[in-house]
Design a protein around this ligand. Structure first.
Ligand code: XCC
Ligand code: SF4
Length: 630
């Protein structure tokens, strides 16, 4: 029991070094080398001061050249770049959500996809004013899915899920013209505004960035999460493991990577079938191990306990083990490097989505109608590839930690019910959690999210910040690659309670939870918005008054910027460890770090020093407590 010990970043790095030695033997490239080739990065790009949205440019703003050819100043250029960055992220998350709506639309009693959580579907249908009485569950699924799809292009009105937010937040959105309309419209409108000769007014550009972000968080992502739960089940606490040591040398190893659970769910289903296991044995393996990378991994970990092989900057490592028969990808965060890298090994790099097609991959097109045969084909392809392994190249680092994952809002409510020594709790409220916070047993909560980025020593910021926060009785909710960093370190092992402050430790013991709660993938940050909203409603405060902040210390993607915008847009101060290419404009930087408070009561803090970032979050949480008088 007491031999529990966190895995250190140094241990992660030693494992990676050993894998890079294998890579060197076969002439493999790796991000560690490409980073060197790309350093130093372009200063203009870093500061966001380069504009190439029309062919009179590119224009770069310097002291000597303070305006582009059209006369746009640096604030307009940086602001437009920021808006486009956001629109890219919002489009990406939301299109993932749209795919899930289509999958829900394709569900049927005898098809590839069924409704696993009918209660949740009925709850959403009622919320949306759909008659549910006496209706066949699949008729209802189709009706709700279609309504969801209309949220992308409806000509009038704003997003349906906005009503889940506290009244005060909804009023702020209305008053400041931030309430997102149709999702596609917000993305289009952003691109329109950022076109040559449209907006160059900083306030207008940042407001639209927030609105486009909100269309993601309270629109596309929220539908992605909610309908994934309807289709594949709402996550409940489940045990799993994390880090490369989850791969099994004697087994056929299939690694799923990307974001959309429609594919990975089906692959897991087949890999677990007696027929496929027997086939793997016939081919000389002991069995089949499916593990995951990035958010697809989070999805199947949360619902099935499928182990997590690693996060974003570990994706090449799974191939470098020499024991990966197939890395199967859907969309987003997939290194094109996996193509040439897999060619150095026996690994099959299988792309499946028309959205993410890459050189040097085998394309097995996946869609909801033929999901079962395609998944079977993928699993078979992997099994048949087992014999092609080169034993001399096989090395799986023996690093892994136990993790308990699956903390949807529903699961958190259930776990915490009855923890606070409260009198009569109505079942199913966030009241016990709120009581832990108001009594000071918990000082507050931090939503740790986002990616890895070579600008930050991978995983170090995530792990160090979490250690510091939990030692200060701040509970962590985590998603995306941040959650995987935590799991790899051991912070999602319930025994990690021993490195918490006394208050959090007690809560962990009473509720039987780890101090870092895995809430899912990046679209699941919508779950965090719902949780914060419920807490604010229960407390009778604005979201912005809660001792809760967001943090993305190692973020890298456009999606992360969209997320940042909707998190502050929801009233939650957000702390970033990487600058979003805005340092070139004092005006844009000022709006993002302060000015947005006027519209949404929250703003960004950018701080590259991890220690200071942690202190700043703790200080903000304590400030909020003091303001509430708790
Ligand atoms: Fe991608 Fe979602 Fe970032 Fe990880 S955390 S690198 S976006 S997988 Ni979303
Ligand atoms: Fe240059 Fe203006 Fe064209 Fe941008 S829009 S490239 S600043 S001329």
């Amino acid at each position: 029991m007491s031999e529990f010990k966190l895995t250190t970043v140094e241990e992660f790095e030693a494992a990676t070094e050993r894998l890079l030695e294998t890579g060197a033997k076969v002439g493999a490239d790796a991000w560690q080398f490409r980073v060197k080739n790309q350093t130093p990065h372009c200063k203009f790009g870093e500061e966001g001061v380069c504009c190439r949205i029309c062919s009179m440019g590119p224009c770069r703003i310097t002291k000597k050249a303070p305006r582009g050819i059209c006369g746009c100043d640096v604030h307009g250029i940086v602001g437009r770049n920021y808006l486009k960055f956001t629109a890219g992220g919002s489009a990406t998350h939301s299109d993932h959500g749209r795919e899930i709506c289509h999958t829900l639309y394709e569900s049927s009693a005898d098809g590839c996809y069924q409704v696993k959580d009918p209660e949740k579907l009925i709850r959403i249908a009622k919320e949306w004013g759909v008659e549910t009485e006496g209706k066949d569950i699949y008729d209802l699924a189709h009706e709700v899915a279609e309504m969801g799809l209309w949220e992308y292009g409806k000509p009038f009105g704003t997003q349906r899920f906005l009503k889940r937010a506290p009244q005060s937040q909804q009023e702020l959105w209305e008053k400041n013209e931030l309430a997102p309309r149709a999702i596609d419209r917000e993305v289009s409108c952003s691109l329109h505004m950022a076109h040559m000769g449209c907006s160059s007014l900083p306030e207008a550009l940042i407001k639209q960035s927030i609105r486009a972000g909100l269309s993601d968080g309270w629109g596309g992502s929220m539908m992605g999460t909610e309908f994934s739960d309807v289709l594949f089940g709402t996550p409940k606490p489940i045990d799993t493991e994390a880090n490369l040591g989850v791969m099994v040398e004697e087994n056929v190893n299939i690694v799923v990577h990307g974001h959309d659970p429609s594919l990975s769910e089906m692959v897991c289903e087949y890999a677990d079938s007696p027929e496929m296991i027997a086939y793997a044995k016939e081919m000389g393996a002991k069995g089949i191990t499916v593990s995951g990378v990035c958010c697809t991994s989070n999805e199947v970990a949360m619902r099935r306990g499928i182990p997590m092989a690693g996060n974003f900057l570990q994706q090449e490592n799974v191939v470098l083990t020499g024991a990966c028969e197939a890395i199967v990808v859907d969309v987003q965060c997939i290194f094109p490097a996996l193509g040439p890298l897999s060619k150095c090994f026996h690994t099959k790099f299988i792309t499946t989505s028309p959205i993410a097609q890459m050189p040097d991959s085998e394309f097995i097109r996946f869609d909801a109608k033929t999901a079962d045969e395609k998944a079977k084909l993928i699993v078979k392809t992997a099994i048949e590839n087992f014999k092609n392994r080169k034993p001399e190249l096989v090395h799986i680092p023996q690093l892994k930690q136990k993790a308990t994952v699956g903390y949807s809002v529903e699961a958190i409510i259930k776990c915490l019910d009855g923890v606070a020594n409260s009198q009569v709790d109505e079942m199913g409220t966030v009241k016990p959690l709120l009581q832990c916070v108001t009594s000071g047993v918990l000082r507050g909560a931090v939503a740790m999210v986002g990616c890895n980025n070579p600008r930050i020593r991978p995983d170090l910021a995530h792990i160090e910040l979490m250690k510091k926060l939990i030692a200060n009785d701040i509970v962590i909710i985590a998603s995306g690659c941040s959650a995987q960093a935590a799991a790899k370190a051991g912070l999602m092992d319930k025994r990690a309670k021993d490195i918490c402050g006394d208050g959090l430790k007690r809560v962990c013991e009473l509720a039987d939870i780890p101090p870092v709660l895995h809430m899912g993938s990046c679209v699941d940050i919508s779950r965090m918005m719902i949780l914060a909203s419920e807490l604010a409603k229960c407390a009778g405060t604005h979201v912005s008054q809660l001792p809760v902040v967001g943090c993305a210390p190692e973020w890298m993607s456009e999606k992360a910027v969209s997320i940042g915008n909707y998190v502050i847009g929801t009233g939650i101060d957000t702390f970033l460890g990487v600058d979003p290419y805005v340092s070139g404009s004092s005006e844009i930087a000022e709006i993002l770090t302060n000015g947005t408070r006027e519209w949404v009561e929250a703003a960004f803090t950018v701080e590259k020093d991890i220690d200071k970032l942690g202190d700043a979050m703790i200080a903000r949480i304590e400030e909020k407590r003091a303001a509430l008088g708790i």
